[in-house]
Design a protein around this ligand. Structure first.
Ligand SMILES: CC(C)(COP(=O)(O)OP(=O)(O)OC[C@H]1O[C@@H](n2cnc3c(N)ncnc32)[C@H](O)[C@@H]1OP(=O)(O)O)[C@@H](O)C(=O)NCCC(=O)NCCS
Length: 168
């Protein structure tokens, strides 16, 4: 568990289903992904995969981003071995429910997860892969210290900026 000034980052649990369904059914949240808003069944599968991954062999650490007063899940931040199989790196990704945008929560969560990765997991370098049209997200990662290294065209979803941050 990671505590920040305003958030608690913890492992997902089955009780989170209703919050996860709200999050992943929101078209604004998945605007820059190649997928459609999730159905209730897809959200259930997604949540089960996150929970199952905690015992898996592949590196994956999905944190539910929650509000401390209510334990409500308002997003997630994930460390994962690059899914694309093109780059041999650990990727950090973040999603916040649109109702909670622009309150500094993504900045706070990603910063905390990077510190965890560097200081507790011994990871030296993290990348973020951000759709070039996703201006808010590019700004977020740049502000946190990520630097663009290359552009990557992902079939079906267009040009992405591959950004990296290194533990100095
Ligand atoms: C990208 C995302 C995670 C940002 O979450 P957030 O909690 O709103 O981000 P923060 O409040 O920490 O703000 C980060 C920056 O974006 C800006 N920002 C946030 N929402 C904005 C909006 N709707 N319009 C313009 N700027 C916005 C903030 O002002 C801040 O910039 P600043 O520090 O220069 O002022 C959120 O918009 C989201 O979940 N989007 C959909 C999923 C996604 O694109 N994830 C990233 C791919 S890994």
């Amino acid at each position: 568990m990671i505590k920040t000034d305003n958030l608690v980052l913890r492992l997902f649990k089955p009780d989170d289903l209703s919050d996860v369904q709200t999050l992943l059914a929101d078209p604004k949240v998945i605007e820059f992904s190649a997928i459609d808003p999730f159905s209730a069944e897809e959200s259930l599968l997604w949540l089960s995969e996150q929970i199952d991954s905690y015992d898996g062999e592949d590196f994956k650490q999905a944190f539910a981003i929650t509000l401390p007063e209510t334990d409500k899940v308002i997003g997630y931040c994930c460390l994962e071995k690059m899914a694309l199989g093109i780059i041999d790196d650990i990727e950090v990704s973040v999603v916040i429910a649109s109702e909670y945008w622009n309150k500094g929560y993504a900045t706070e969560a990603v910063t905390a997860v990077i510190n965890y990765a560097f200081n507790q997991r011994g990871i030296r370098r993290l990348i973020a892969v951000v759709n070039k049209d996703n201006i808010v997200s590019q700004r977020l990662f740049k502000k946190i210290g990520f630097i663009e290294e290359e552009l990557l065209t992902i079939e079906g979803i267009g040009v992405h900026s591959v950004m990296a941050v290194i533990n100095q």
